[in-house]
Design a protein around this ligand. Structure first.
Ligand code: ATP
Ligand code: MG
Length: 367
């Protein structure tokens, strides 16, 4: 165990969301419950640290001044626009307060799914073909073949995803795209619908090449370009290595038919115990190895730090494809996918949370 530290646990509680009258029911599903915060606080205390919890908002500089904080444990989703997940990290960077998890760039890139897909494509990583709709009136790219899938460009937790997300013709597509843009006030992402089993891979730690700004004020070194040919599945999970948890399958077959076999916001928020989550997923070794390699390469492509989760569907042609990467993967005890995958691999919730903290401390040269 590392020496006791003062850890600022930064979050955005659901009850502090800036609600508006005409918003969709799931608009704030990404934000934190008091239970999530309490469980994280307990885990960090069990790691021997002093924990000060606070809402991550624009008053953060004043609030942090009151305490001698060593490091922040950040789970802030933010409230507005594409920078929302990066706002607290940007404040912390400016204040030179170290923090857990990815930085401004990875968080912004990953939140904007189309931009993230462009980066993944640059590295040759498989992701469904797509088009972005800003007004809803754009001409559909003829290269895209139905069925097509519509989702908000900048959400998580299955927000804006329902049975109507799968569109079989131009009329359904226009309707869903316009609803998506209007309800969530952001561009809609239209991509090929991938029929197939669904998997997610959680990761803990860092790629050894990553060199981040140091807490001791030494000059910032460039982050080396990373090519991971054969990522190793490291058993120890020591901070300087990236530990890849076994693939967790999201088996949606027990879910109600009206969820259309999708991992929707209804399932994620109201019936998370209905799907089956076998971990390790019962899959051929070759697929396991491929998923692992793609997950690590996505982590590297976005320059993620400390932990992340990559979601996949297994296409009919036998190749897995990346749906998205979550640098700020949910950390609800016993519920979130990365937490379940860790547990299946012998990493308790407390160990996972303190592993994330240790990975950040190592990255900043603090241990
Ligand atoms: N192109 C696609 N083809 C088929 N299903 C899809 C596609 N994109 C998304 N889905 C379904 O919708 C779910 C949510 O999509 P996605 O992971 O992109 O959204 P999210 O809201 O960011 O999720 P998270 O909760 O992981 O942050 C997927 O788990 C999958 O079931
Ligand atoms: Mg997802």
């Amino acid at each position: 165990m590392s020496k006791p530290l003062v850890v600022a646990l930064l979050y955005n509680l659901k009850q502090n969301a800036p609600r508006r009258a005409d918003e969709p029911w799931d608009a704030w599903n990404e934000l934190d419950s008091e239970k999530t915060v309490a469980n994280l606080e307990r885990a960090l205390r069990a790691g021997g640290h002093e924990v000060i919890g606070m809402e991550g908002d624009v008053t953060l500089p004043q609030k942090l001044e009151r305490y001698k904080v060593d490091i922040a444990f950040n789970i802030c989703e933010g409230h507005y626009v594409v920078s929302r997940e990066a706002q607290v990290p940007a404040i912390l960077d400016a204040l030179r307060v170290p923090y857990t998890g990815s930085g401004v760039m990875a968080l912004t890139l990953a939140l904007d799914k189309p931009m993230c897909k462009r980066v993944l494509s640059f590295y040759g990583l498989p992701t469904p073909r797509f088009q972005t709709f800003v007004t809803g009136d754009e001409r559909l790219d003829p290269a895209l073949k139905f069925p097509l899938f519509v989702k908000p460009s900048r959400e998580g937790s299955g927000i804006g995803i329902n049975a109507k997300s799968v569109c079989h013709n131009a009329r359904e597509l226009r309707e869903q795209v316009r609803w998506c843009i209007g309800a969530y006030r952001q561009p809609a992402l239209v991509e090929e619908y991938i029929e197939g089993r669904e998997f997610t891979l959680g990761m803990l730690g860092n790629l050894p090449h990553h060199i981040a700004p140091r807490a001791d004020g030494k000059p910032i070194e460039p982050i080396a370009a990373i090519r991971v040919a054969k990522p190793k599945r490291v058993k120890t999970g020591t901070p300087e290595t990236l530990r890849v948890f076994p693939p967790l399958e999201v088996d949606l077959s027990p879910c109600p038919k009206d969820q259309a076999g999708l991992y929707t916001s209804v399932i994620k928020s109201q019936m998370y115990d209905v799907p089956k989550y076998p971990c390790p997923a019962p899959i051929p070794k070759r697929l396991w190895a491929k998923l692992e390699q793609l997950a690590v390469r996505a982590f590297a492509a976005l320059e993620c730090y400390d932990f992340a989760r990559v979601d996949f569907r297994w296409r009919a042609d036998g190749e897995p494809t990346i749906l998205e990467i979550n640098p700020l993967a949910g950390l609800q005890e016993g519920i979130s996918d990365i937490v379940m995958a860790g547990e299946a691999d012998g990493v308790s919730f407390t160990t996972l949370v303190n592993g994330i903290l240790d990975a950040a401390l190592q990255r900043y040269g603090m241990i």
